[in-house]
Design a binder for this molecule. Sequence first.
Ligand code: BG6
Ligand code: MG
Length: 217
Amino acid sequence: MNRGFIFDLDGVIVDTAKFHFIAWKRLADQLGFEFTEEDNERLKGVSRTRSLEILLEIGGIELSEDEKQHLAQQKNEWYVELIGGLTSNDILPGAEKFLKEAADQSIKIALGSASKNAPYILEKLGIDRLFDAQIDGTQVSKAKPDPEVFLKGAEKIHVSPQNCLVFEDAQAGIEAARRGGMKCVGIGNNALLKGADLTVPGMDKITVKQAIELLEN
Ligand code: BG6
Ligand code: MG
């Protein structure tokens, strides 16, 4: 049987949330309102455009589409500058080992990320060749919790959704996996993530064997 593992990127393979936060906060500072780490939680797994809308809602600011586009671009320039220094040292504990062991077991591996910067990040981390397929924010029209990103990933690795296991740190991503008919491992706090088939604190806390068992039972 063909099996597939589909990985979210930010928060599962690399901790980029801190850089997103710095860049969004810089924008909020410039617009003159407070933006906290707690607010930043709401942006996890959410597309860049939707993230900006949430940020502006928090600040109580209404802007034209042109202005919004300009601000999203500005934030991304700051963000790209911040992630420019990423190296393999920034891969979260256990992630690279897990990817390699899964490949050794002939499991097909796909990326399912909302980020338009995903290819750049994977290249910086030096692990892009570990993925059989990569679906990122430039290839989807519907953001998580819509399952599009994961369904496209499954299609590209030629594995049916019910034989795919998704690894996700965001609530929107867990919902997307479920809507796509896939099982899901939540990465993070069990009390905060709802609806995952199993939640572990990080990729170093699950083995490929456990993941396969979860998929098959
Ligand atoms: C997700 C992050 O992976 O990508 C979100 O969790 C982010 O916080 C989204 O907004 C889009 O990223 P980017 O790199 O396209 O701005
Ligand atoms: Mg994520």
